[in-house]
Design a protein around this ligand. Structure first.
Ligand code: A3P
Length: 275
C-alpha cells in the first residue's frame, strides 16, 4: 500500500499474491514471531512479515478479500503463504470468518506455560510503557484485586492464558486435525523438532535443520542462517529478561491455572509438562 492506494507491482518469476493456506493464530507471547520467521526459511513457504489483522479488525475485514490477498507477499504458485496475527486466537467471530474464506485452512497455535506467558505478556506491556515515557504498573498491581487481594480475574494477561476458553470456540468451527499445536516452551530450546512437526502437518519435506538455525550464545536464543553469508536473530523485543516476580505469587498463578490446564489437555487430547 502506498499513499493509501493499493499498488500492483510486477510479478517477478511468475510469482503471485495468494491467500494464506496456513495461519498462526496465537497465542501472543508464545513464540509466534519465531515460528513465522523460522518457517519462512523453508522453500515451500512464504511468510507475510507484518501482522495483517484481517479477520479480527472490522476496519480491515470490511475492505474485502481482495484487500487481504493484496496484503500478501509474492509467492510461487506451489508455495504456501503463511500469515500470523496472534489476536485471532482471542477474537470472537474470527474462526467463522476464516472458515468462510477457506474451510481447509491449516491453523497453528503455539502455547507456553500459562504463568510464564502471563509474565512475558506483562514484560511486553512494561517495556511498551517505558518506551512511551509512561510509568509501568507493578506486576502485583495488575495481577491482584486491590480490594480482596485475590488474583484479578479481569487481568487480560491472565484471561488469555486460560487457553481452553478460547480453544473451545475454535474447535466448534474447525476439526481438531486441522489445528496444529506447538509447544512454545520447547520451541525455545529445540526449535527444529517443533518446526519438523509443522513441516509434516503442512505436507512439506524436512528442510529446516540445525544448519539453518544456530544457538546464538550472546542472545541466548536460536537465530537464523538466512544464507551462507547472512545471519539473523529476532528483534530486540523478543526474549527479554523478565522482571523478578514474588515466587508466592507465581505459585498462586500455577495453582489457579492447574484445573484449567486439565480442561485444556482433555479438550486437545494432549498433555503439556506444566502442572
Ligand atoms: P519473551 O520475550 O518473554 O522471552 P511472540 O513472538 O509470540 O511475541 O513470542 C515472544 C517469545 O518468543 C519470547 O518471549 C521468547 O521467549 C520466544 N522465543 C522463542 N524462540 C525465540 C527465539 N529464537 N528468539 C527470541 N525469542 C524466542
Amino acid at each position: 500500500e502506498e499513499n493509501g492506494k493499493i499498488v500492483e507491482r510486477p510479478h517477478p518469476d511468475g510469482a503471485i499474491q495468494q491467500f494464506p493456506k496456513c495461519l498462526i493464530i496465537g497465542v501472543r507471547k508464545c513464540g509466534t514471531r519465531a515460528l513465522l520467521e523460522f518457517l519462512d526459511l523453508h522453500t515451500g513457504i512464504q511468510s507475510a512479515y507484518h501482522e495483517v489483522h484481517f479477520f479480527d479488525d472490522d476496519k480491515n475485514y470490511n475492505q474485502g478479500l481482495e484487500w487481504y490477498r493484496k496484503s500478501m507477499p509474492y509467492s510461487l504458485p506451489n508455495q504456501i503463504t503463511l500469515e500470523k496475527t496472534p489476536r485471532y486466537f482471542i477474537s470472537h467471530g474470527v474462526p467463522y470468518r476464516i472458515k468462510r474464506l477457506n474451510s481447509d485452512m491449516k491453523i497453528i497455535v503455539s502455547l507456553r506455560h500459562p504463568t510464564i506467558r502471563v509474565i512475558s505478556d506483562y514484560t511486553q506491556i512494561y517495556y511498551n510503557k517505558l518506551m512511551k515515557n509512561e510509568t509501568p504498573d507493578k506486576f502485583e498491581t495488575m495481577a491482584l484485586d486491590p480490594e480482596t487481594g485475590d488474583l484479578n480475574m479481569r487481568y487480560k494477561a491472565l484471561q488469555i492464558s486460560v487457553y481452553h476458553h478460547n480453544f473451545a470456540r475454535w474447535l466448534k468451527i474447525f476439526p481438531r486435525n486441522q489445528i496444529h499445536i506447538v509447544d512454545g516452551d520447547n520451541l525455545i530450546v529445540d526449535p527444529v523438532s517443533e518446526i519438523r512437526k509443522i513441516e509434516k502437518f503442512l505436507g512439506l519435506s524436512h528442510e529446516i535443520t540445525y544448519d539453518k538455525l544456530y544457538f546464538n550464545t550472546t542472545r541466548g536464543f536460536y537465530c537464523m542462517r538466512v544464507n551462507s553469508t547472512m545471519e539473523k536473530c529476532l528483534g530486540a523485543s523478543k526474549g527479554r529478561r523478565h522482571p523478578d516476580i514474588d515466587p508466592n505469587l507465581i505459585q498462586r498463578f500455577n495453582k489457579f491455572f492447574r484445573p484449567h490446564n486439565e480442561k485444556l489437555f482433555k479438550m486437545l487430547n494432549r498433555r503439556f509438562p506444566w502442572s
